[in-house]
Design a protein around this ligand. Structure first.
Ligand SMILES: NC(=O)c1ccc[n+]([C@@H]2O[C@H](COP(=O)([O-])OP(=O)(O)OC[C@H]3O[C@@H](n4cnc5c(N)ncnc54)[C@H](O)[C@@H]3O)[C@@H](O)[C@H]2O)c1
Length: 427
């Protein structure tokens, strides 16, 4: 078997171009994997120490990325640590330096076999987030400015297929803008491909079942032509069209009285904020949970106003975010035990999204954060997208029930250092 592998490696070395060589080697090693699991474990060690090292230096083409993801997901289970060096190979030896690969194969094969457990847990150099073959349903994308879009993009960068749920009143303009190429600049992925949405479903996360939809919504012209937009119907349609999904993202909020102080908020406005912004997550998980894979993950978006007073973030939105964070813990327990799912939320810093602009003071919040956060820079949607991709990936497989702050550290501050009253203390 070892001789056979050495032969394969030898052939692969003669192929033109490292990308081609890597992929051919990948295919051959996959065949080998099917023949004998024990031998394949050994090949995993060798593949990682040769092909993956090579791939890690040549990951700019889509094909090589595919190969890398395929190799990583086939050979390297979720939690890994061993590097090629720890397996007895140096990167220079594996990628064309001396000693020759044939000699390395001979010398290291015994060690590789004995290290199969370690090898099975090893990961490609660079610790990639690999979501190849995963399906993500992202609720709350209606343009390219918000967190939902950035999360979709980050998940797509990691190889996931993206399915959207878009609020019915915003659906028409979103689809039209997509079609007209308005988002094309934002759709560009780092591998040169475009962010694609497998399907966009109409969704109104304020309603769970068709019988919940009141007359004024059912007959509203903005809802005309949109059928099956309640959460249960949407989940059913997604399950019928795509089977099980792996990732559920809740990136939506709505507080009709957000500009009112809590003291002036009506019961109706308060309950509407909680319904659309907090209960909607419970309902999404309730209805998508049965259609999610064991080991799947969910993530929602929250805001620091849940914990400390942010004057102006009114209408019961602070209460809705507090509920969302508390629910994250309870649902982590319940959905963890029931479906093997992870449930986390990201407490994001201020971003100039469409929803945030509607609140009316987002520029002030951004300036305040830049002036007072430990990291004095403006938060980008990509910062949050990348954190979400990590949270739903196998790299975070033991993280659940958590609020992850992605806010340049603003939440740790107890003092506004740009206040003239504290200028001395802050300097
Ligand atoms: N922008 C910020 O500064 C900030 C900070 C912290 C947390 N967040 C949170 O991030 C999440 C995403 O918001 P964003 O700021 O990216 O703005 P956004 O405008 O991109 O996203 C909000 C989305 O919610 C959708 N929506 C509203 N009501 C809905 C309903 N009933 N059913 C389905 N969808 C509905 C809107 O169409 C929109 O697509 C929200 O939970 C928000 O509270 C935002």
């Amino acid at each position: 078997m070892i001789a056979w592998m050495a032969e394969i490696l030898s052939i692969a070395r003669q192929l033109p171009g490292k990308g081609v060589r890597s992929c051919a080697l990948t295919d051959l090693l996959f065949s080998l994997f099917k023949v004998s699991s024990a031998a394949a474990m050994a090949s995993a060690a060798l593949a990682r120490s040769t092909t993956l090292s090579s791939l890690s230096l040549h990951t700019t083409t889509p094909r090589s990325n595919q190969c890398k993801r395929a190799l990583v997901s086939a050979f390297a289970p979720a939690h890994s640590a061993a590097s090629p060096a720890s397996l007895g190979f140096s990167r220079s030896a594996a990628t064309g330096g001396s000693p020759s690969l044939r000699r390395v194969v001979r010398q290291q094969s015994t060690a590789a076999v004995s290290q199969t457990r370690e090898a099975g847990q090893a990961r490609a150099a660079g610790l990639p987030i690999d979501l190849t073959g995963k399906k993500a349903f992202v609720a709350g994308v209606a343009d390219d400015q918000g967190f939902g879009w950035a999360i979709s993009k980050a998940l797509a960068e990691a190889g996931a297929e993206i399915i959207l749920g878009t609020w019915v009143p915003a659906l028409g303009i979103f689809e039209k803008s997509l079609k007209m190429g308005k988002f094309d600049d934002s759709r560009k992925l780092s591998n040169g491909q475009m962010l694609e949405f497998a399907k966009v479903y109409p969704l109104d996360a304020a309603f769970d079942k068709p019988e919940d939809v009141p007359e004024d919504i059912a007959t509203n012209k903005r809802y005309a032509g949109a059928a099956g937009f309640t959460i249960s119907e949407c989940a059913e349609k997604v399950a019928n069209d795509f089977g099980k999904i792996d990732i559920l993202v809740h990136s939506l909020a709505n507080g009709p009285e957000v500009t009112k102080n809590l003291l002036e908020t009506s019961r109706r406005g308060y309950l509407a904020a909680s319904s659309a912004s907090a209960y909607s997550f419970i309902s999404l998980l309730q209805h998508f949970g049965p259609h999610m894979t064991q080991g799947g993950a969910t993530v929602s978006l929250t805001y620091f106003a849940s914990e400390k007073v942010i004057p102006g973030y009114g209408g019961g939105m602070s209460s809705a975010k507090a509920a969302l964070e508390s629910d994250t813990q309870v649902l982590a327990w319940e959905a963890g035990r029931k479906y093997g799912l992870r449930v986390n939320t990201i407490s994001a810093g201020p971003l100039r999204s469409r929803a945030a602009k509607a609140i009316g003071f987002i520029d002030d919040m951004i300036n305040y954060s830049t002036a007072n956060a430990p990291l004095p820079k403006e938060l980008t949607a990509e910062d949050v997208g990348n954190a979400a991709a990590f949270l739903v990936s196998p790299l975070a497989s033991s993280i659940t029930g958590t609020v992850l702050y992605v806010d340049n550290g603003l939440h740790v501050m107890g003092l506004a250092v740009d206040s003239p009253q504290v200028a001395k203390a802050a300097s």
